[in-house]
Design a protein. Structure first.
Length: 289
């Protein structure tokens, strides 16, 4: 599943979900949490399950669909899982994840439901949002080996609310604690061998600001950027797609190591290459599709 441009769509709006699914976003996140008011949770849950059945990988549409369930500890969490798992989305997004132990619990719940519905055990992957509270940030270094986990997300808006600061300064840069959280997210993803996804840009009417923030995300090592509006897709897809020279370099590095599988260090074009260069090349080629 490619995570360059995951686009949120509210789980209680068939119209917005259909628009997102028909877009050029790499995947769609159907949201049962923030975008759905408490009285609408039950209806949204059933609507989202039907959308996944009609449009997900198990259907003729074959779309990569992710469902953001409500946080563990809320009265809706288990109800979300019970309704959504039978529809077999590609992944679940767990918000307000406080520690790897929450992912262990989620894995147990998913395994029981996958067994009950005759689905492949472990088939539904997990993306976590572990940066929404100040306390959860201090757990970031513990996610290596967490079950089903394929990516973690940096969320500037929620952590800033917990800290009582604005998520961005007037020049678009982050306050110190938010910037620290962003860097810690990247480091945690690297340590766990998974992807890091950048925070949404909050203003879909500001393509210049989106481009600036997305280019910084690419340069710093994020694999994709969460999106809140279809108008943001083209900017993000282009920024995260390596250019021809970058792809050619990555192919050359990959082929050099393939020809010398036991080598730890190689020379190419007069420069020394080691295994981290190979990992970078593989990542570039994955981003290129």
């Amino acid at each position: 599943m490619k995570l360059r441009s995951p686009l949120f769509a509210p789980g209680d709006s068939e119209r917005k979900a259909a628009k997102a699914i028909a877009s050029d976003a790499d995947c769609v996140i159907l949201d049962l949490e923030d975008s759905v008011a408490a009285p609408a949770k039950d209806a949204a849950r059933e609507m989202t399950a039907a959308i996944v059945r009609a449009n997900g990988k198990a259907s003729s549409r074959g779309r990569d669909l992710i469902v953001r369930v409500n946080p563990r500890g809320t009265p809706w969490y288990l109800l979300d899982l019970a309704a959504i798992v039978p529809a077999a989305p590609q992944a679940l997004l767990l918000p307000k994840c406080t520690s790897p132990e929450e992912l262990v619990a989620l894995d147990h719940h998913l395994e029981a439901l996958e067994t009950a519905w005759g689905l492949p055990i472990g088939g539904i992957k997990v993306i976590a949002l572990p940066t929404e509270t100040a306390a959860s940030v201090f757990q970031l270094g513990r996610y290596a080996g967490a079950p089903r986990l394929i990516a973690i997300c940096f969320g500037a808006e929620d952590i800033s609310a917990d800290l009582g600061v604005s998520p961005r300064k007037p020049d678009g840069s982050y306050p110190d604690a938010i910037a620290w959280t962003r860097g810690a997210t990247l480091a945690a993803a690297g340590a766990a061998g998974i992807l890091a996804l950048d925070t949404p840009y909050p203003d879909p009417r500001d393509p210049a600001g989106l481009l600036r923030e997305t280019q910084a995300a690419v340069a710093d090592g994020f694999a994709g950027k969460l999106l809140i509006h279809p108008d943001q897709i083209a900017v993000v897809n282009e920024a995260f797609t390596p250019d021809a020279d970058r792809i050619a370099w990555a192919i050359k590095v990959r082929d050099a190591f393939a020809a010398n599988p036991n080598a730890g260090v190689l020379s190419m074009d007069g420069k020394m290459l080691d295994r981290p260069h190979l990992r970078l090349a593989e990542r570039i080629l994955a981003m290129a599709g």
